[in-house]
Write a protein that binds this ligand. Sequence first.
Ligand code: SF4
Length: 220
Amino acid sequence: MKIAEIFYSIQGEGSLAGVPSVFIRTSGCNLRCRWCDTPYTSWNPEGREMSIAEIAESARSFGANHAVVTGGEPMLFEETVELTRALDMHITIETAGTVYRSLKCDLMSMSPKLANSTPEGAFQAQHERLRFQPEVLKKLMRQYDYQLKFVVSAPDDLDEITRILDEISAERSRVLLMPEGSDAETIRSRAQWIADICKREGFRYSPRLHIDLWGNRRGV
Ligand code: SF4
């Protein structure tokens, strides 16, 4: 399968933020978020074909206890099922939750994309049609331990988040709000009002530690 990068770092987001983890980044995505922070897996997918054995061996070489299978959209690919079976570690799958697969997964980290992600131009219609798949989200929630991460760029994003949570009947304690932004200054500028929403609504605030620590760079 096509892999954009494999690297060892600290999980920057969500309930496992701070945990040393090996990241396996598949290449290719069915969405085209306008603020995508990994355009080399979506708008211009890069990488090289690797066998499952090669990917697993590379992941194991770091000696980590946690693996994060991310993208792009890792659930697009049938090979991801076999890949998760080959990894003898705690596995987080990072997905937008638009495609269902049955695989080995300890934490299904779903990040449904809000209207703030929709680009203008050729991909607008496809993105808008695919970005919210309530039946897929509900099926993933039933099958896996899960978290729901929303990328937030304005206070009124809360209206859409509330509608989504009502539609999929998600537990609020599993919801994390994360500032949209690819630099520490933008993230800081949004942190305060997002934290206030979390306090009021019973959500969790998610940092983006990797950006605080290393900036918006590949492989960190
Ligand atoms: S779903 Fe993720 S990888 Fe795909 S375009 Fe959106 S942010 Fe980028």
